[in-house]
Design a binder for this molecule. Structure first.
Ligand code: FES
Length: 95
């Protein structure tokens, strides 16, 4: 059985505000907005959260799984580009 497709969004928030973290740049807002947007667009994709995907300087970050790409520099005020990638990933037109 294939594992369910999902997106993991980094919501890590560091205590030191001088150290970059996805949580300080909208990670949690992205995860919450994605859940709503995926439902509205009828895209079957779980949204999971994680604390640091190891690409902090490029964030906010997310990872499409299984086997999908990293998504960097996400904009919590404009999820359209990410939703396009997710739709392609769900339909299999993007790996
Ligand atoms: S804090 Fe998000 S990748 Fe490290």
């Amino acid at each position: 059985m294939k594992p369910a497709k999902h997106i993991t969004v980094c919501i890590n928030q560091r205590a030191n505000p001088d150290t970059l973290s996805c949580g300080m740049r909208g990670g949690l807002e992205i995860a919450d907005a994605l859940k709503t947007a995926l439902a509205e667009n009828r895209l079957e994709m779980d949204v999971r959260t994680f604390h640091c995907l190891g690409k902090c300087e490029l964030g906010p970050n997310a990872k499409l799984s299984p086997g999908g790409e990293f998504c960097h520099g996400l904009d919590p005020t404009d999820l359209a580009p990410l939703l396009k990638k997710i739709a392609e990933f769900v339909t299999g037109s993007r790996k």
